[in-house]
Write a new protein. Structure first.
Length: 388
């Protein structure tokens, strides 16, 4: 019987893992199924672009994986049973021998009243399209507030302000604007926010969101016809409902090979995994972590099944790319353990680099088995000892 590998989620992490597995394992021994709720690959890093009226290239997963040996199943995952090694889907059930869990993350309201009812999100295609409709319906002079000072919030607020200079756009951040970046990057950020006319509310804690805007911890009201909440992301509760060891955040706790510390046949990658980086801190939720974790898991699975050696060393970083509309960006160079260096790339050159990185990430999904030498290894039967 073939070894059944089931990959849950076809985002940056899951799709890359499936492609790499298909290239490295012999189809006579293995069966790889990729399960995803959406029939298309969604370029999540461009959701702020989708929300501001730009159209994204459609990439049907069945087309992308045609001829690769990966079977695509469009279905929603509803539960995982790690004892019986089955996954419950909206259209039935699927059994696995090895599971790769890559269901990503979604916006979280962080317990702030009114966010669920009144705020918009840009965590996926559905929410981005709803925001797109809402923004398109706003008349000149309309007010928009973006909450959350992280990378997603900065990208969203600058994209909205650039696309709709006729709107009054404001931004609420808990600390200082881009406080995690170098001085050079922060200076550039401030210049860009001034140029785009964005009002920044620093050191501001939003305590509730309503139909007409948000309230702050110090009792101020920030008026907004549209509030966009980017202040928190959380993983799906599916993993936490299993016997898998999960962190307080609900992420699956994995070792350096992305293997669950509690279940040897389960791997977790991307936003859904809690893996530690060079500084001992959890890897940040990002494509910059998701893609390497996918490669790491695929290589580890191949090693375990075929008797190769397990990948070593921890995942490190080089930079953090933040778009500021279509013609401007900041690339903050970081140390491998993710601390900002003094240097940063800014302006048009940074925007070009960011675009190249986004395109490369999407290209690797659209060509899942390209660029890798075809070394389809045979699976070592279970009764034979495997060197790991
Ligand atoms: C607007 C925006 C901009 C960003 N910009 C950057 C950036 O510039 N750089 C960067 O590194 N990161 C960026 N990120 C973060 C990055 O997008 C995520 O960290 C990355 O997508 C995580 O990859 P993933 O594969 O783990 O999850 P995802 O890309 O979210 O993929 C998860 C997949 O699982 C599927 N899925 C979810 N639930 C189910 C279910 N129950 N059943 C079946 N399928 C399901 C989804 O449809 C999706 O295909 C950005 C995020 C946003 C929202």
């Amino acid at each position: 019987m073939k070894h059944r590998i089931v990959v849950l989620g076809a985002g940056y992490a899951g799709a890359n893992a499936a492609g790499r597995l298909a290239k490295r394992l012999h189809p006579a021994d293995t069966e790889i199924t990729l399960v995803n709720a959406d029939p298309e690959f969604v370029e999540r890093v461009r959701m702020h672009q989708l929300a501001t009226g730009q159209d994204l290239k459609p990439r049907l997963l069945t087309d992308v994986f045609a001829g690769t040996g990966v079977r695509v199943r469009t279905a929603r995952v509803t539960a995982v049973d790690t004892e019986h090694k089955t996954v419950a889907l909206s259209d039935g059930e699927i059994a696995y021998d090895t599971l790769v869990y890559a269901l990503g993350s979604a916006a979280a309201d962080c317990g702030v009243p009114g966010v669920a009812e009144h705020a918009h999100h840009i965590d996926g295609k559905g929410s981005a399209l709803r925001l797109r409709d809402r923004l398109a319906a706003l008349a000149a002079g309309g007010t928009v507030l973006v909450v959350g000072g992280g990378l997603t919030g900065i990208e969203a607020v600058t994209e909205i302000a650039e696309a709709r200079p006729d709107l009054e756009v404001s931004f609420a951040v808990r600390g200082g604007l881009g406080a995690w970046m170098s001085e050079k990057a922060q200076r550039h950020l401030r210049g860009t926010f001034d140029r785009l006319g964005i009002t920044v509310h620093e050191d501001t804690d939003i305590t509730s969101v309503g139909r007409a805007g948000a309230m702050t911890a110090d009792g101020r009201a920030i008026p907004a016809e549209v509030t966009v909440w980017t202040a928190g992301f959380a993983v799906h509760p599916i993993a936490a409902a299993t016997t898998l060891e999960v962190s307080e955040t609900g992420q699956i706790v994995v070792d350096d090979t992305m293997r669950s510390v509690s279940h040897a046949g389960v791997y977790a990658v991307g936003d859904a995994a809690l893996a530690r980086g060079l500084n001992g801190m959890p890897l940040r939720m990002s494509c910059a972590s998701g893609v390497p974790t996918a490669y790491r898991a695929a290589d580890a699975i191949v090693a375990v099944l075929t008797g190769g050696s397990l990948p070593e060393n921890k995942i490190g970083y080089t930079g953090q790319c933040v778009s500021l509309g279509r013609r401007d960006a900041v690339v903050q160079w970081v140390t491998p353990d993710d601390r900002p260096k003094d240097s940063a790339l800014t302006g048009k050159t940074a925007a070009r680099l960011k675009e190249i990185i986004c395109k490369a990430a999407a290209w690797s999904i659209s060509h899942p088995t390209s660029m890798l030498p075809a070394r389809r290894r045979r699976v070592v039967p279970a009764e034979q000892p495997v060197t790991v």
